[in-house]
Design a protein around this ligand. Structure first.
Ligand code: AKG
Ligand code: FE2
Length: 305
């Protein structure tokens, strides 16, 4: 999808480490679109796209309410556990994981057809047509006073000079994303650069302003980060998730995180995406260490979508 270019940096002559990287992107920035073809073009050109109209707004509002209720519930149990994450700048935002356990809507959205189409577009074919895997999945709620997350890529492999995307990444906006409430910040065009991130570097970025219920699409090659919430009274909630190749180790081991009872009756596609397969193409490794309840959920990994 991409050819490598150089990202231009100002350097601190004493350390030769880049300290400030100004925006360096020619052409108009992507704007929200309801066209999947336009979104694909934006993704190729700018490294991200904002797709609208992919999901009914009442479904988005319902998920927002469930998320709020779950945060209240978890706050009463252990507020610290959901306050900020390892890569957040402070403890003001809320991070909620284990989403597939919490509500069917949080499971259904993992197999949204547009997300699967875009994952195919970004990652391309797999050997033996084996299913992609959900790599990671959580909710992030910025709150008034939350700081800006450091600009980063979502590449978890630690591989330098990564030649192609290893993850298709998505953010569902459960609130309207505005600069003031912490819209995700993006370095347009950075998906084409061979970036070696150092903590000392400040990247100039722009906010991904998006209506409620948008799907922000990017890859693990794009520089981005949650924005600071400088509003006095507005939260900004999102579902953040990624899909990876079947040979790429997901960040989350879903079959041992998700309660087997919530997966009973789940589609074959959802089971594949969450890694419920005793088989990889050509190999069968029985899940002897798992209980029968879990083993009965296993399906063939050959892409059913
Ligand atoms: O919530 C956001 O705006 C982005 C969060 C993010 O980039 C991350 O957690 O890796
Ligand atoms: Fe990220």
């Amino acid at each position: 999808m991409a050819t490598d270019t150089t990202i231009h940096t100002n350097t601190d002559s004493s350390s030769s480490k880049p300290t400030f990287v100004p925006l360096d992107f020619a052409g108009p920035l992507p704007t929200p679109t309801d066209s999947v073809d336009q979104a694909k073009a934006d993704l190729d050109r700018a490294g991200y796209a904002i797709l609208t109209g992919a999901i009914p707004l009442d479904q988005i509002r319902q998920m927002r309410q469930i998320l709020a209720d779950e945060i209240v519930r978890e706050t009463a149990i252990d507020e610290a556990a959901i306050s900020g994450g390892a890569f957040d700048p402070d403890k003001k935002n809320r991070r909620l994981n284990r989403l597939p356990n919490r509500h069917p809507l949080f499971r259904d959205i993992l197999e949204h057809p547009v997300v699967l189409e875009l994952t195919k577009y970004i990652l391309g074919p797999t050997v033996g047509n084996e299913s992609y895997l959900v790599h990671s999945y959580d909710a992030n709620v910025t709150r008034p006073g939350s700081g800006q997350q450091a600009i980063h890529t979502d590449a978890s492999t630690g591989i330098r000079h990564q030649p192609a995307p290893f993850q298709a990444r998505f953010i569902w906006t459960l609130d309207e994303f505005e600069e003031e409430n912490g819209a995700t910040r993006i370095v347009p065009g950075s998906h084409l650069a061979d970036v070696d991130i150092t903590g000392a570097t400040h990247y100039e970025s722009i906010p991904a302003i998006a209506p409620l219920g948008s799907l922000i699409i990017y890859t693990d090659k794009l520089l981005h980060g949650a924005g600071a919430n400088i509003s006095t009274d507005r939260e900004r909630a999102s579902l953040n998730l990624g899909y990876c190749m079947p040979w790429h180790r997901p960040m989350i081991n879903f079959p041992v995180i998700v309660e087997p009872k919530v997966m009973q009756g789940a589609s074959v596609a959802l089971r594949q995406l969450l890694g419920y397969s005793e088989t990889t193409i050509g190999y069968y490794e029985r899940w002897d260490g798992a209980g029968s309840e879990l083993r009965e959920l296993c399906v063939s990994p050959t892409m059913a979508y």
